[in-house]
Design a protein around this ligand. Structure first.
Ligand SMILES: *Cc1c(COP(=O)(O)O)cnc(C)c1O
Length: 376
């Protein structure tokens, strides 16, 4: 018999989701919009303190609308974190902007404020900055924000992985001109697929709702003055989100416990370092990751292969965008030439199974398999 699969991060449902979905069916508010969408937005506004929220079909859609609302257009330069998932950057390309990738700092693995300063010296007028809170660890977002303000450039926070993480007591996603969240299947809460665009400017978020519903002007006939999109979240999907949101804090506590369990489990192995926390923040620990010391003969691939033999899912660190063929013509800004922090993390790290349904036995098994690779 095949061993039960242990997942990286799979959906965890609780039952309340079905209640909200049932309501949608009972009232025939199946599509589109409806009370769950409005309520989910209000509940996310209350939870995050983001100001205003627009529920959308994906985090990627939210990023795309953030680009448009920031005025990003053809030929513009956009600064983006290199160490991230491609969905952070693709929406800049939808608008035919040109990404310039910014290296990470080792303290949080996120956009290095010093590299960002250097990028502004080379390209003084980017149209926007996209900063990510990778794996749920808050970036040095106050410094990044200060640099953006100094140059009067909109900051877009990709908080797809960091919903519920805070920096100096404030929720990630609420520092920038825009923030985005994702409810994709593997995120800390899921709607099966969905996202949200948030921001303090009510008119801009209202504009996002307008653009996300085909940009229909207020007229009885179908009047369109600008190009629209079909990006709105459906009322059924929003029902799932409302049910999940009730369990977000619980998911966060479980994710943190997973991180602590790994940290303790590897504490006597000097070659292993867990992914960093930001001392000014409180991370949701969406994915626990580790890096292997330079010069150690054990490779991430070797450990991931050993886990796979037990039907345990793990994953490489996001391959930096400046190393991707699709972005090979894009510039990359690092603090010291020839010393790419993001590439180093990619080469030496991988993501451990961080599913909140992992049992104590699952965790013990994973830890013992990893330890064995290091001769423990
Ligand atoms: C998941 C993710 C996205 C995209 O969100 P979707 O809802 O899947 O479109 C964007 N950025 C990062 C960093 C992500 O992890």
């Amino acid at each position: 018999m095949e061993r039960k699969r242990i997942y990286l991060s799979s959906p965890t449902m609780h039952g309340e989701e079905q209640k909200f979905v049932q309501e949608a069916f009972d009232t025939n508010w199946v599509a589109p919009l409806g009370p769950n969408v409005n309520a989910f937005e209000k509940e996310m506004e209350a939870y995050t303190g983001c100001g205003h929220a627009a529920a959308l079909s994906a985090g990627t859609a939210a990023l795309h609308l953030a680009m448009i609302l920031s005025g990003v257009k053809e030929g513009d330069i956009v600064f983006a974190t290199s160490l991230t998932f491609s969905a952070s950057v693709n929406p800049a390309c939808y608008e035919k902007a040109v990404p310039v990738f910014i290296d990470s700092e080792p303290d949080t693995w996120n956009m290095d404020p010093d590299a960002l300063r250097k990028a502004f010296e080379k390209y003084p007028h980017p149209a926007a900055v996209i900063a990510v809170h990778l794996y749920g660890t808050p970036a040095k977002i106050d410094e990044i924000k200060a640099i953006c303000e100094e140059h009067n450039v909109p900051l877009i926070e990709d908080a797809a992985e960091s919903l519920s993480s805070t920096f100096k007591g404030q929720m990630t996603g609420t520092f920038g001109d825009f923030g985005i969240f994702s409810f994709n299947g593997n995120k800390i809460i899921t709607t099966s697929g969905g996202g949200m665009l948030v921001g303090k400017d009510e008119a801009k978020i209202a504009r996002a709702r307008f653009l996300s519903t085909q940009a229909r002007e207020n007229a009885r006939h179908y009047q369109h003055n600008v190009v629209g999109y079909n990006y709105r979240m459906s009322n059924v999907v929003a029902g799932v989100g409302r049910g999940q949101l009730l369990h977000l804090d619980e998911h966060k506590a479980l994710k943190k416990k997973i991180y602590e369990t790994y940290k303790k489990g590897f504490s006597d192995i000097p070659e292993i370092t867990m992914n960093p926390m930001n001392p000014d923040g409180d991370a949701n620990c969406w994915l626990s990751c580790l890096t292997i010391a330079e010069g150690c003969s054990v490779t991430p691939t070797q450990v991931m292969d050993a886990l796979a033999e037990y039907n345990i899912e793990s994953r490489p660190i996001w391959k930096p965008m400046h190393l991707q063929p699709v972005f090979e013509n894009c510039d990359f800004i690092q603090v010291k030439e020839g010393m790419s922090v993001s590439e180093d993390i990619f080469n030496r790290g991988f993501c451990l199974p961080s599913d909140i349904k992992n049992t104590d036995e699952d965790m013990a098994l994973i830890i013992s398999i990893v330890r064995k690779q290091f001769g423990r």
